[in-house]
Design a protein around this ligand. Structure first.
Ligand SMILES: [Zn+2]
Ligand SMILES: [Zn+2]
Length: 230
């Protein structure tokens, strides 16, 4: 946690030293773009853990697959975790990725600073996705958090509730969810599932889209049998 904080401070120092008024629109754009990119990336991890592999898959199984699937069964368990339990491992994993951005000569301004802020924003929104997700499940939130949720600057409980309806196959992005509507309308997750299945990636027995498809197949088989019996 301290390393993550130190790297964040390094990048912030660079922003203070190298930031100019002329660069401000670029810096803001880098922060916003990173915020969306981080949400999309963690949304993909969430989608993948919900749909592929199993809880015993090496490395990713216990850390991601179990956590995400168990969350559908016990949505409020996340609210019992403290700050370190929620964010500690994410901070640790992010450090090797954050380090190159912190080493950029961002105090000189220009593109190194824009790139450093983009990298930090992407990783920070990925790191704190569990915290934001927890707030979406908390029965009470601090006033500032509720304000951020109401203005949709972070994931709101109402928006996230759509993911928690069976068969859990929409709204996978859980930091701000800005892309959820578009991704669902374009059936991006469904198309990705087709691609991964075609590539031979094993769908879990209790996978979300997998079970949705199994039900679809069972319905079709039942329909065929009914026609054959007539
Ligand atoms: Zn899920
Ligand atoms: Zn949730």
């Amino acid at each position: 946690m301290l390393t993550f904080l130190a790297l964040t401070c390094t990048i912030a120092y660079g922003a203070v030293q190298g930031g100019t008024l002329a660069l401000a629109p670029w810096l803001l754009a880098a922060l916003m773009l990173g915020y969306v990119a981080g949400d999309l990336f963690t949304g993909f991890i969430h989608y993948f853990a919900d749909n592929f592999g199993s809880e015993t898959t090496p490395v990713l199984g216990p850390a991601f697959v179990y956590r995400f699937r168990q969350h559908h069964v016990e949505p409020r368990h996340i609210c019992t975790l403290n700050f370190r339990e929620l964010n500690g491992s994410h901070m640790l994993v992010s450090i090797p990725f954050l380090l190159p951005f912190a080493l950029l000569p961002s105090a000189e301004g220009g593109w190194p600073l824009v790139l450093a802020l983009f990298g930090w924003s992407t990783l920070a929104s990925g790191v704190f996705t569990a915290q934001v997700h927890r707030w979406a499940h908390d029965l009470e939130q601090p006033a500032l958090v509720r304000f951020l949720q109401r203005t949709r600057l972070i994931l709101s409980p109402e928006h996230h509730a759509r993911h928690h309806r069976r068969p859990y196959d929409v709204h996978f992005c859980i930091t701000n969810g800005w892309l959820n509507g578009l991704l669902d309308r374009l059936r991006v997750w469904d198309r990705l599932t087709d691609l991964f299945v075609w590539m031979g990636v094993p769908q879990a027995d209790d996978s979300v889209l997998g079970s949705a498809r199994r039900r679809q197949r069972e319905r079709a088989a039942f329909h065929d049998e009914a026609i054959a019996a007539e």
